[in-house]
Design a protein around this ligand. Structure first.
Ligand code: NDP
Length: 254
């Protein structure tokens, strides 16, 4: 069996119906995994699942809002009920509310933290007994360049993504004995719905990204497929607690 083979494995990808989540799901599907796509927009999730089925993957759609604890737990339960197991959990669902700290309402702060960070904690907690009983598992949490750097227009988003890295380290430390590897991926600037909106709201963002990224381009969702397969596969069995930038060199350059 190849180090990267995911045949017989089952992955749940939150926010897997578009952008980075779908880019990762395509990679996992091509490596042989069955995929549960989770999101609020069922039509979009069904279209994504149909695309993955065309790649030969077994798929299912598990609709839900990850800001709701009970729905997070249900997403995990439905994945196991329909696909028989859960080996790989990708906590990718995320939003941003771009406002300065003095303008951001506490309810908006909570909305971002609930979507980006608390949901990851709850989904991991729900997945733990399933993975432990199966003898192991792989968890991939999605951070950001704002896990490392600050931005005045994104206080809650930055706090959530910094928190993702520390949550990843805590879970990796606690669950290594159960053969569950927990890692974070920190995407650079990737062309998705989220950043299309950012380009409209943050003046000069496009120029800054192109100037500042050594690779000289925006990333695309397909750039995240390889890291997803690596962190989901046997190839990464001794890799845990890391936060790996996939950023065209953005974080490497002053
Ligand atoms: P998109 O807006 O394309 O995707 C966001 C996904 O999250 C959608 O599939 C959406 O599905 C889902 N989602 C949002 N809120 C909820 C919710 N409450 N419950 C369930 N699903 C939800 O953005 P990206 O692909 O760019 O972002 C994906 C992740 O990558 C996010 O965590 C983001 O912070 C992170 N990231 C993105 C970067 C970029 O440059 N694009 C850079 C660094 C990190 P639905 O609407 O159906 O619920």
């Amino acid at each position: 069996m190849s180090l990267f083979d995911l045949k017989g494995r089952v992955a749940l990808v939150s926010g897997g119906n578009g952008g980075i989540g779908l880019g990762m799901a395509r990679g996992l599907a091509e490596a042989g995994a069955a995929i549960a796509i989770a999101g609020r927009n069922t039509g979009k999730s069904e279209a994504a699942a149909a695309e993955l089925a065309n790649l030969g993957a077994e798929t299912t759609v598990v609709s839900g809002d990850v800001t709701d604890e009970a729905q997070c737990r249900r997403l995990v339960q439905e994945t196991v009920a329909r696909l028989g197991r859960l080996d790989i959990l990708v906590n990718n669902a995320g939003i941003n509310i771009r406002k300065s700290a003095q303008e951001l309402a506490a309810a908006e702060w909570r909305q971002v933290l609930d979507t980006n960070l608390t949901s990851a904690f709850v989904c991991c907690q729900a997945a733990y007994p399933v993975m432990k009983q199966a003898g192991g598992g792989k968890i991939i949490n999605i951070g950001s360049m704002l896990s490392i750097f600050g931005a005045g227009f994104a206080p809650a988003y930055g706090a959530s993504k910094g928190g993702i890295v520390q949550l990843t380290k805590a879970l990796a430390s606690g669950w290594a004995k159960d053969n569950i590897q927990v890692n974070a991926v920190l995407p650079g600037w990737i062309d998705t719905d989220l950043t299309r909106e950012a380009r409209e709201q943050v003046r000069g963002l496009n120029t800054m990204v192109l100037m500042r990224t050594p690779a000289g381009r925006w990333g695309v969702p397909a750039d995240l497929a390889g890291i997803a397969v690596f962190l989901a596969s046997r190839a990464s069995d001794f890799v845990t607690g890391t936060a790996i930038p996939v950023d065209g060199g953005y974080a490497a350059q002053v």
